[in-house]
Design a protein around this ligand. Sequence first.
Ligand SMILES: [Zn+2]
Length: 167
Amino acid sequence: MEILWSPWRSQYIDSFKEESKIDEPSCFICDAVNAIGEEKKRLVIARLDFSIVMLNKFPYNNGHILIAPKKHTGDIDELNDVEAAEMLSTVRRASSILKKVFNPNGFNIGMNLGRVAGAGLPCHIHIHIVPRWNGDANFMPVIADTKVISQSLEQTQEILAKEFNCF
Ligand SMILES: [Zn+2]
């Protein structure tokens, strides 16, 4: 099934108005952490001891994953060593699964800390993993602000959750 996301970007930017402060007490990641049993609805892929793995609702590419600590914080300094280590080992595991399932040619992996650095959700840190395929940066997202996603979010959640096997 092919889905044309248009105009996904303006919806994403509008959502900033609701959750734009670093000191917000809760957020959609916390909602997902607390909504046990609503994995499909919340696009949750895995629940680990200290972190959660989710699909980005506004993906840059198919398989765009967010890895976040369960702890609600916008400051990476507030993670302890165990929480930080689990996030990085989860990045490794996620990239391994994405390679197996989607066979990408590369990845963008990173964090935006603070609104000024481009964080859409500055109150709760998260690592983005974006699979990349040769030729995916074509004219469509650049000119039309439109992105073609070849697989629905629900299907992708189901496939990746099965691979993680972590509920
Ligand atoms: Zn949060």
